[in-house]
Structures are given as C-alpha cells and as structure tokens.
Design a protein around this ligand. Structure first.
Ligand SMILES: Cc1cc2nc3c(=O)[nH]c(=O)nc-3n(C[C@H](O)[C@H](O)[C@H](O)COP(=O)(O)O)c2cc1C
Length: 132
C-alpha cells in the first residue's frame, strides 16, 4: 500500500507516514528512510551525499530555512511546515517537520522527522509564506 495519495500535482501523506532524514553539520544527506524516498520519488543512492536542498520547492521562502538553521545551530528544536518538490519537478508534498541536532561520534548532525500536516495548517503556511 502506498504511503501517500496523489491529488493533481500534490502528494498527500497518509496519517501513518513518517519521513525521516539525517544530515551532517553542513546539510548533506547521510540517511533517508523508505517513506522519505518514496514520497520524494528518489531511491536512496540518489539522496546520500546530496545537499538537502535537492527537495527544495521554489515556493519555500529563504526566511523559513534561515530560521531552521539558526535554531538547530543554537542546539534547539525547530518545527515548521515545509513544501517539498517531488523528483523531476513533477509535483510537491507538504510536511510538518521537527528538526533537531544530535551528536554522532563527537560530530554534530541533524535529523528531521516529518508527518502529515492538516489541510488548515497547509492553508495557513501557504498564506504566511507568500508574505515572507
Ligand atoms: C535535517 C535537515 C532536514 C532538512 N530538510 C529539508 C527539506 O525537507 N526540504 C528543504 O527544502 N530543505 C530542508 N532542509 C534545509 C536545507 O538544508 C536548505 O537550507 C534549504 O533547502 C534551502 O536551500 P538553499 O539555501 O540552498 O536554497 C533541511 C535541513 C536539515 C538540517
């Protein structure tokens, strides 16, 4: 069974989908789980070693990612709504992301865990991001 449904160009996550990725301190992807790969439309080998902006959607304001990076670099947890691109620019999907730092063998890494946002949350984020 798929962990998302397709509505036009949008991939809508199922309630039980959990998209996880881990980066090094520069934002290079070092891990992505199956749910992340399937929704983003990549196989794992296409993601490992790539900068995380590989899934960036042009509608996302720079300010959102500045806030994300400023927050996790301070050692804090960032939560927010992110619109990502599907591989090949063929579509998009919204997530509610929780991003936080971890230590791996004395080095700082970052993990993001993503769940399905509600329709209302997507509408609010869309309106807010248009103003940023
Ligand atoms: C753990 C982690 C997960 C991230 N996940 C995403 C993501 O799903 N989508 C995204 O566009 N950027 C994500 N980013 C932010 C990217 O590193 C990058 O800042 C963003 O895509 C903007 O790229 P740009 O500054 O090159 O335009 C993540 C960063 C970290 C540390």
């Amino acid at each position: 069974m798929s962990i998302f449904s397709q509505q036009g160009n949008e991939r809508i996550l199922n309630e039980d989908a959990l998209l996880v990725s881990e980066t090094d301190e520069k934002g290079t992807i070092i891990f992505a789980n199956d749910d992340f790969c399937k929704v983003a439309g990549y196989c794992i080998d296409e993601l490992i070693g790539k900068p995380h902006n590989i899934v960036r959607h042009p509608d996302m304001p720079r300010a959102a990612f500045k806030d994300l990076w400023d927050t996790v670099k301070r050692g804090e947890v960032w939560t927010g709504y992110v619109k990502n691109s599907v591989q090949g620019g063929t579509g998009f999907y919204w997530v509610y992301a929780t991003v936080f730092p971890v230590m791996r063998n004395g080095k700082r890494h970052y993990i993001s865990c993503r769940k399905k946002p509600t329709v209302d949350e997507i509408e609010s984020a869309t309106a807010l991001y248009k103003t940023l």
